[in-house]
Design a protein around this ligand. Sequence first.
Ligand SMILES: [Zn+2]
Length: 231
Amino acid sequence: MKDEIISYRQMCDAEKVQTLQRGMNYRLNANYSVILMSQRRNAPYKDSILQDGITIEYEGHDVPKTSSNLDPKKLDQPKVTMSGKLTQNGLFASAVEDYKGGKRTPEIVRAYEKIFSGVWSEKGFFKLIDYKYINADKRKVYRFFLEETEIDFSSSGITENKLRQRTRIIPSDIKKIVWERDNGRCVICGASDELHFDHDLPYSKGGASITPDNVRILCARHNLQKSDKIE
Ligand SMILES: [Zn+2]
């Protein structure tokens, strides 16, 4: 569930994999791709959210570090490997090109973010709609553009739900501040499991941006009570 707080294990279980090592995982399963966002200090791939509040700009990945190239940050991010196969950058970029060329619908990407060691949060589902390959610090890097979407699962796969209200993306650094402030517990009852980040800003309301002041941690029970009240 979007903005749910989960462990690394729960994340892997949700994706039916033993481990998730790579940040970019094109078509991790038959229906969608998965990206991981990390908030390490000096994180190379920090997420940034565009002004619209629903689009993420996500940096592509560097060449793997080997003995012959000690500093991947000085090399262009590659589209193909040494053996000529598409890299994850290449796979994501090709999906965008095919989408823009009218050959397919946008690739659906599920994003997870690392809040702290062992603390992860789902960022939701996105449509991979665009990319750029730009000059940055004397090399070329990929920037992918992912727009928030709502998804329904069915036996035949996944479909976009255009009726469900879209919500603004909570930036990872705000989740980190809120997690520390609320001590990793529901602010109402102190429960420390089945938690998620709660905020009261439907996309349609526009205006106010997301700050730590309008985000809090709620357990599943108290979140349910809240949505009952709204309906
Ligand atoms: Zn609670």
